[in-house]
Structures are given as C-alpha cells and as structure tokens.
Design a protein around this ligand. Structure first.
Ligand code: HDE
Length: 695
C-alpha cells in the first residue's frame, strides 16, 4: 500500500489526485510499481516519446491483444452461476453422481446465446437460443449443451458449416446481421427438406423469447444413462422454466432491439440482482430400445421429438441461477462448453449430429482460447471434484501454451515405478470408478449413407403446426411471409412453398397469399407424411407452461406533472404485492410534482422506456397533463404499442383522451386502475386480429 496523496505538479495544468491510502500500488504485469499512469516517457516536456517506456508499451501491447476470436456460432451470449439440485434420485438408472441423491447440489454455470449474430449483436433477433449448462460434478464436468428448441435443422454434422455459412451474413456484402431473412439462408433451407420441422419452430414464437428465464431448454439428442449393472437407458433432457414460457410478438421484438439491445442480458443481471433467481426444472424422458423401435421415427434423428403425451417428462431436479459473473470476459467469454465432456453414468447415442459435435467443440476451443490448456481457466476447471482444492485434474499430460500448473517430480509418464523409491508417482486409472463407455454392439459396412428411418421430413413439422394455438399459427405464417418477402430470388420462395405444402395445405396457402404468389406443386416426399396426434405440450399460448402472473414481470406506470399521488402509491404497492416490478415513467425523470404537493423521481424517461420493454402498462395523468401528452408522439406511441402488443392497459378517467388518441378500443385487457393488477397478469391474444393483419 502506498500513501501517495500529493498532486502531480507540472502536468500541463492537470491536477489529479494520486493513489490514496486505501488502494494497492499499481504495477506492471511483472510487478514493478508504477509512478505515473497518465504520461508517456518523453525526452523533454514537449519532446519525442521514448521506446524505452516499458510501462506504456506493456499497457498498450496488452490492450492490442485483448480480444479473442468470437465463437463462430453462438457468439452473442450471457451467463450466470448457480446450482443444480437433484429432487428425485435416479440411482437405479444411472451412476451419475449428480443424480444419485435427492437434495444433492452441484454447482453450474449456464450460458444463453443467439446463434447467428456476432458478439455485439442485439439480444432479440428472430433466432434459436443456445442453452448451455456446465455442471461441476464431483466426478468431473458435464456439459449439457442444448438449445431452446428440441430439434435441429440437419441430420448429419457434415452439413453444419454449410448451414451456418448460409445463415450468417452473406459472404460478399456482410449483411444482414443476426437475421435469417435473406437469400442464402432460404436457398439452403429450400434444398434441405429435413430442416422443415426446425423451420416450424424457428418461425414460431419460440425464437422470440421474452427473457431467458421464460425459455424451455432441450438437450436435443438422445443420450444414454448407464447404471451400476451396466444397463443403458435412453434419455432426452428438458429444462422447464418456473417463470413460465413467454414470448414477444414480432413488432415488439423489433422495438425492443432498438430501445435496449441488451434487453435479455440486462434482465438476467437484474433478476439475479433483485433476488428473483431464474429457475428451471430438469426433466427426463427415459426409454429403451423396444420403445424406440415402436415409434414412427428414429430416436437417433435430431430432427424429431418424442411427444410428451407419448412419453411424459419426469422431473428430476431444478436449476437456480443466483450469481452473476464477476467478469464477463474471464467467465462468460472464456467458458468452453464441450458436449463430449460427460461423467460416469452418462453416454452418447449414435445420433450422427451428436457424434459430429463430439469432435467440433474441443477443436473450436483450441482456436478460440488458443491452448490445449483451456481446461485450466478458472471457469472451465473441474472444481467439483473432491481433489479440486489442490488440483481439479490428475494425469500425465504436460506443458503446452499457457501452462498454469507447476507439476512436481519426474512422473510425467504412466505406468511408472517411482513410488518404490519414494518419489511422487502420479495418478492411476480406476477400473471401478472410472468412466465406462456403454459397450453397444456395432457392426456394419463402412458407408456414407443415411438410414431409411431418417427419410420422413414432414410428419413432425405437421405435428408442430397443428399442435400450436391458432394465434401462434398466425404468427408462424406471418413470420414465413416476412422472411420470404426478404428473399429476392423468386425460385427460392417457390421451393420453400413447395415444401410447406407437405406440412399443411392451409399454411402453404396463407404464405402464398401473404406473398401474393401462386402456390407451386408440392415437392416430392421421401416417405409418407403421417397425421400424428396433436401435442398440446408444444404450445406457448394457452399451453401448459403459460403462466398468468406478475412475478418477475414489469409494469410501467406513466405519470406527469399533477398525477394523483394516492393512485400512484397504491398501484405501486399492488404491483409489488403481486410479485411484479413497478417502473415509473415520466416525460422528465428527475422530479415529478404530484397532486398532493409531494413529488417523486421517475425510474425512466418516456423516450428511454418504450412500452415494448414492459409487460403491462398503466397511465395515471391529470387532465392538464393529458392535454399536453396527446400531442407528444412518444406518449401516444407508448399507449398504442401497449395495445398493439396485446398488453393490459390500466388508466384513470382523466387519461382517457390519451388512450383515444392512441386508438385503444375497449376490451377485457383495458381497465380502470382497480382491475388493472389482475388484468396485467396476461396478454390478450384475442385482440390481435383487431390490431394487425396476420397471414
Ligand atoms: Fe453447436 N457449436 N454445433 N449446436 N452449440 C458451438 O462451439 C456445432 C448444435 C450449441 O454458450 C461451437 O464453443 C456442430 C446443436 C450451443 O458457449 C461449435 C453442430 C445444438 C453453443 C459448434 C452443432 C448446439 C454451441 C461454437 C452440428 C443444440 C454455444 C463455439 C453437429 C443441441 C455454447 C463453441 C456456449 C456452440 C459446433 C449443432 C448448441 C463450432 C458441428 C444441435 C448452445 O463447436
């Protein structure tokens, strides 16, 4: 510690306070104390800068290298720490330690992401969300690297680079960013009928989640559990959000992207900050070969789900995210999720998409993090292991870029007999507790081929479309119209519509009508398209996970000079009592004089908090303020969007002219302040046909 409190004289008039007694001494990376962090070393006060200045050179040199390559996909992400708690033991099904005992907790680090955009892109494009969980178990790290959609675009990993090249910004022009509404994406999709099921999900409200806490997560592939007797059970993983499944509508999402590009990252941070911890239940679908063989699809095909109505999801644990990273780069950016990292009791199926992923992730970390020692970074280290206090891994691998460990002794090979002469001999394999691969019987010719059982590309796309709520169907059809309207090459649109005819004739007709194009012949199908029983579990709207609540949600209250103080206070209390967050919005943020002579500070300024960022909206205005605000575009838009985004609107009588100006029509969701808190717990889907044209 230094006590260096004098002012620097002779610095061109600059007089900054030097390090005070409470701060540690600033040093170079090599520990040399620094006397001046504001001026380069020069030959004379106005003279040239000297190359000798190690303090400057080191600082700039480090800065010049601060960035690492962003992830080739899922570059934009946000993460949090938390824990997983086993709520039902699976000890008879798997030896995986984290599922062995009810009540057992395992630390986790979870990262949510969008797929297509760069690291600095907005949080709310229409895109699939990554849902990657690193469990720091006592038997090593298990990475369950999933998405918020249970199927994928392609059946074989060899197509992944083409899919991603087609989806990302186009190679010559460098746009569009974080958007699939362009020629190359739809060109690839139109030629890839196996993507049709995923396209249904991608064009649905699933890709417009309200917040991360409102998403489901899925492991996608079929995995294996392996028990003490060596018996294997197939398993699919599901995360069910406690906050309920909720999405935005397209117009709202677009406006959020402009108003707050970090909307979901901010929400994650703020939820944790106020103790409203994002929570999910972990569920499993467990099945055997016999069940798998009885289904009209192949469980090794990642473009298929097992409907929950056919095989229920059994809840076995919960995940609570309760701590925000201390440092974005060190943790969120350097976190390396690797699906091949499993623990004893968890194994893989032959899904060719999964098998391809087992190679890709370690490989990509090598170029992204630059060293085979990426497992030593604190966020990646296997800290759950009992030995972790000393060293989270034990083996004879050595050296490499950025080696952080300092192994002692000569035992960098195995086996060795050094223990006989009293030397440290290092770790040894353990045939009992060590990881055992399930010894599945495999035999066959070497072939580049896809099984016949992967040939049906449309039945589950149809299942999805016919299972969701009519409001979601309309959103899906409109999304297809929007995306295809941005496709300039006409034959691509036509080819997509030809595929859609195999999904649902009504859907195809709606899209053709929305584009004002003729419907083409249906494309040929490689297998008969089945009419499977609808699966209501696939719905968001009026589905099993839709929650009518204010918990975790925000209510905007628009006030201005002269607003009724009592009405404001009681509405704020009521919102709080219902578990919500009241956000007071006003034209001027610092001080708003109220009806009783008191005043309050607003939380947000009207332009800075468009209603798209809020879950429900109330307006409490004096007659005079209303007269002013009907002429204020931002206020009219605030109310108009709340109505257009199907949100509840509460208002006092004096504010009514503002609602009239905004075109608000009476319905169940438009209420006086007395009925507002109850009304604010949901959206009003039936209003939608009155406010926009849907395909
Ligand atoms: Fe990924 N994926 N992926 N992916 N993926 C990556 O790994 C890849 C796939 C997923 O928050 C990359 O570390 C291939 C399915 C998530 O850091 C890369 C294939 C699913 C994340 C990669 C797939 C995912 C990634 C880029 C086709 C859902 C972000 C950076 C077989 C089950 C994890 C990185 C995080 C990231 C490869 C398909 C989910 C290049 C080859 C299916 C959530 O390795």
């Amino acid at each position: 510690m230094t006590s260096h409190t004098d002012l620097h004289p002779g610095n061109g008039g600059e007089t900054h306070q030097a390090t005070d007694a409470d701060h540690p001494v600033l040093t170079t990376n090599h520990g040399t104390p620094i006397s001046d962090n504001q001026n380069q070393l020069k030959a004379g006060a106005r003279g040239p800068v000297l190359l000798e200045d190690e303090v400057y050179r080191e600082k700039i040199n480090h800065f010049d290298h601060e960035r690492i390559p962003e992830r080739i996909v899922h570059a934009r992400g946000s993460a949090a720490h938390g824990y997983f708690e086993c709520t039902e033991s699976l000890a008879d099904i798997t030896v995986a330690d984290l599922f062995s005992k009810k009540g057992q907790r395992t630390e986790v680090f979870t990262r949510f992401s969008t797929v297509a955009g760069g690291a600095g892109s907005v949080d709310t494009p229409r895109d699939v969300r990554g849902f990657a969980v690193k469990f720091y178990t006592r038997e090593g790290n298990w990475d369950l690297v999933g998405n918020n959609i249970p199927v994928f675009f392609i059946q074989d990993a060899i197509k992944f680079p083409d899919l991603i090249h087609a989806a990302k910004m186009e190679a010559d022009r460098g746009y569009p960013q974080a958007a699939t509404a362009h020629d190359t994406f739809w060109d690839f999709i139109s030629l890839m009928p196996e993507s049709t099921h995923m396209i249904m999900w991608a064009m649905s409200d699933r890709t417009l989640p309200r917040t991360f806490a409102n998403m489901e997560g899925f492991g996608v592939h079929t995995f294996r559990f392996i028990n003490k007797e060596g018996k294997s059970t197939f398993v699919k993983f599901h995360w069910k959000p406690k906050a309920g499944l909720a999405s935005t509508i397209w117009d709202e999402t677009v406006k959020i992207a402009g108003a707050d590009p970090d909307f979901q990252r901010r929400d994650l941070f703020e939820r944790i900050d106020r103790g409203d911890f994002p929570t999910w239940e972990l569920g499993v679908q467990l099945f055997d070969e016999e069940f798998a063989n009885s289904q009209p699809y192949d469980v090794l095909d990642a473009t298929k789900i097992i409907p929950e109505e056919v095989l229920p999801v059994k809840i076995v644990g919960k995940m609570v995210l309760d701590r925000y990273p201390d440092n974005f780069f060190a943790e969120t950016e350097q976190a390396a999720f690797v699906p091949s990292h499993v623990v004893p009791g968890i194994g893989f199926s032959n899904d060719p998409l999964l098998q391809g992923r087992l190679f890709s992730y370690t490989d990509t970390q090598l170029s992204r993090l630059g060293s085979v020692n990426f497992h030593q970074l604190p966020i990646n280290a296997a800290k759950g292991r009992a030995e972790a206090a000393g060293c989270p891994f034990m083996n004879q691998q050595r050296d490499g870029h950025m080696q952080m460990a300092v192994p002692k002794g000569r035992a960098n090979y195995e086996p060795n007999s050094l223990a006989k002469v009293g030397e440290e001999a290092g770790a040894r394999e353990d045939p009992d507790k060590g990881y055992k691969t399930f010894p599945s019987e495999e035999e066959g010719q070497k072939l580049r081929i896809r099984p016949e059982s992967f040939a049906d590309h449309y039945s589950q796309a149809r299942l999805f479309f016919r299972s969701i709520d009519p409001a979601e169907q309309a959103h899906l059809a409109s999304a297809l119209v929007f995306e295809l309207s941005k496709v300039g090459i006409e034959h691509i649109r036509t080819a997509v519509m030809a595929n859609l005819r195999n999904v649902d004739e009504d859907l195809a007709a709606r899209v053709a009508d929305g584009l004002a194009m003729d419907l083409p012949e249906a494309s040929p199908t490689a297998a008969p398209v089945l009419d499977m029983d609808p699966s209501p579990a696939l719905r968001i709207i009026r589905g099993p996970l839709e929650k009518h609540t204010l918990e975790g949600r925000s209510v905007g209250i628009l006030i201005a000079d002269g607003s009724d103080a009592k009405a404001l206070a009681s509405l704020k209390d009521a919102v709080k009592d219902a578990g919500g967050r009241a956000i007071v919005v006003a034209p001027k943020v610092g001080k708003v004089p109220l009806s009783d002579g008191s005043s309050v500070a607003a939380d947000s300024q009207l332009f800075g908090q468009p209603s798209a960022t809020l879950d429900a909206c109330a307006v409490i205005l004096s007659k005079e303020a209303t007269a002013k605000l009907v002429k204020e575009g931002a206020a009219v838009q605030w109310v108009m969007d709340a109505f257009g985004h199907l949100k509840a609107i509460g208002f006092n009588a004096e504010a009514k002219p503002l609602l009239d100006k905004a075109g608000v029509e009476a319905d169940e969701g438009v209420t006086d302040l007395g009925g507002f808190v109850e009304a604010a717990k949901k959206r009003y889907w039936d209003r939608e046909p009155n406010v926009r044209t849907l395909a």
